[in-house]
Ligand binder design. Sequence first.
Ligand code: CUA
Length: 401
Amino acid sequence: MNPSNTNRSGSSVNIVWIVVGGFAIILGGVLLSTLTPLLLPTEGSAEAQQVDALFRFMLAIGGAIFLLVNGVLAYSIIRFRARANDYSDGPPIQGNTTLEFVWTLIPAIIVTVVTIYAYSVWVNIRSVKENEQLVNVTGQRFAWSFTYNITESELSALGLSPEVTTDERVTSRFAEGGSVPFNYPQLHTWVGQPVHVELQTQDVNHAFWIPGMRIKQDLLAGRVTDIRFTPIEPGVYRIVCAELCGSGHGDMAGRVDELGNLTGAWLVVHPDEETFLREFYSPEAGTTVATLVEEDPVVIGRQLLISGTYPCAGCHVLDDLSWSSVIGPNLNNIGNRAATRVAGLSAEEYIHNSIRHPADYVVGGYSNLMPQFNPEPDQPNYMPEEHLDAIVAYLLTQQEG
Ligand code: CUA
């Protein structure tokens, strides 16, 4: 046989294999980048579409490189395996300038393209949108609270005048921007409405994550951080804390209880603004504002706890309010037990003191985790005396029978 013939047919076979292999690798990368996102939650926001497109782009490149590297590796393991009794070394191979140039140039191009693409997505997501709905988010161990601002005109639409309250947190807001805050343990908005959330923590660092919106932002002690998203799909989306913040970290998320009720923090996206106003905003804002003029402390206390103004739901069980977290003592029927807990303290005094000075009243079997709620506005975890009295009055009604 003529050696040059063998070479010619050998190299044309090699070219065929390289072309076939190249196609397989590209096809594999495209398949990986198309199929993997099927595992992700629904794309609920405009930002999610951009983030996922970037993810697919990077996965196609990364997937192709993965298949190339592992394909060559698998081929080499089989093709160049050691034969029986062969203890010789392979041929010494010196540098190949062309090859090194190519394998430096290609990654440099890929990294540059990915950087420009990713930066443009980042800038798009961060950019200020027109007509934003501002929601202030507070993270506290172990619950989220969302503060919406009611303007004076919305307040009068609810039939209430701005003079309804002397609560200094309300009156100071009026002085600043003409709106009152109302708290709620869930985040509500509607399709097409750009949302701007400003995030603050009362204690340690947390991270605000809505997987369905593809947004995640840290809450940093002593700073206000923010993030934006625009929902495009109506529905209910889990909100999750993504920063280890203590023993109740795993409970700082939307949950479904054994009865199928949603508890904890959820994002509810209404189909349109009208539904949002009718089903969420007017009733909830109305109830909250009504409690500002409400006289009965039991009603006010219950509303304060429902609103998420204080993060009690993050740690306690209380069936009346569908709380189901077991980090702290169970509050069901607390009104029956409170008087018997500490000799010399009435039920009222016991509950009052254990909110002001929780460290002195740790219940056996539980850790000293509860924040101390302080009576002065300049202290952390401020809880005005009227709020505390109302909460105590409400908790005292939690009795058997
Ligand atoms: Cu808050 Cu983890």
